[in-house]
Design a protein around this ligand. Structure first.
Ligand SMILES: [Zn+2]
Length: 259
């Protein structure tokens, strides 16, 4: 164990090597005076080391279940009729984790400039705007490269052609790569000490412990706790639906060890 004193920190400051945050290993200890010295100068302490993540997580570990979203489309009532017929309504096939949402029996074929993807699941119920959510990998198949966006934010995104059982439609915008996000109820938000729009830093509990540092929090009475990622992110982190991530920080800051 190495003890870091205020005198040592003053010497570093004079040499111009005092960084902010001030990095220490988990074997380092700061004297109370050294801690005060850093705090008075607004310098944060960052604990580093092979198992630093373990060290800086709060005493209680917060876990969130993972929901992997495969490519899918949301359709407006109008586009449901164009693709499947006049007066047609989507048929629920299986419920999704968020109450009221379902995977429909209906699928569409996506036609891009470079290629097609068939049997792409339609999610219900119908929404105001038609939106297509694909992975970056799907984009290479189709030949389109949409930006990463939260659902509903489709301004300036590329379009695509959707082919259904009886008709087809070409949208001029609405294709996105979904930005990862966490759904939670107001009670969960209280537990996690976050509000709608905050950003959580989470780490995969897997043999590829990837960190997702900017996960947008969505709070709603109707939401169930779930971390939504696409198939590219899931593969990169070796995660499947039902696995877990742990919360390691929020709004750009890692949680720190309790002194
Ligand atoms: Zn979601």
């Amino acid at each position: 164990m190495t003890v870091i004193t205020e005198t040592h920190l003053r010497a570093e400051m004079l040499k111009g090597t005092l960084s902010n945050p001030y990095f220490i290993s988990h074997q380092h200890r700061l004297t109370p005076a050294a801690r005060d010295f850093l705090r008075d100068r607004g310098i944060k302490i960052e604990v580093m080391g092979s198992n630093s993540i373990q060290n800086i997580v709060q005493t209680k570990e917060w876990r969130i279940p993972v929901g992997v979203s495969n490519r899918h489309v949301h359709l407006s009532p109008h586009d449901v009729e164009v693709l499947f017929g006049k007066g047609y309504e989507l048929t629920p096939y299986r419920p999704l984790s968020q109450p009221g949402q379902f995977a429909a029996e209906e699928t569409v074929t996506l036609v891009g400039p470079k290629g097609i993807l068939s049997r792409v699941r339609v999610l219900g119920p119908a929404r105001e705007l038609t939106q297509v959510e694909i992975s970056r990998t799907d984009g290479f198949t189709l030949g389109i490269h949409p930006p990463v966006r939260l659902s509903g934010s489709i301004e300036g995104t590329p379009g695509i052609t959707l082919v259904g059982k009886v008709g087809s439609i070409t949208i001029s915008q609405g294709v996105i790569v979904a930005k990862n996000h966490v759904h939670m109820s107001p009670d969960d938000a209280k537990e996690f000490k976050v509000k709608d729009g905050d950003r959580l830093m989470v780490q995969a509990i897997s043999d590829r412990p990837v960190v997702f540092p900017e996960v947008v929090v969505r709070v709603n009475e109707r939401f169930t706790l779930d971390f939504h990622i696409d198939t590219d992110e899931a593969n990169a982190a070796n995660l499947r639906t039902g696995d877990f991530v742990k919360v390691i920080g929020k709004n750009g800051e890692l949680f720190r060890a309790r002194a």
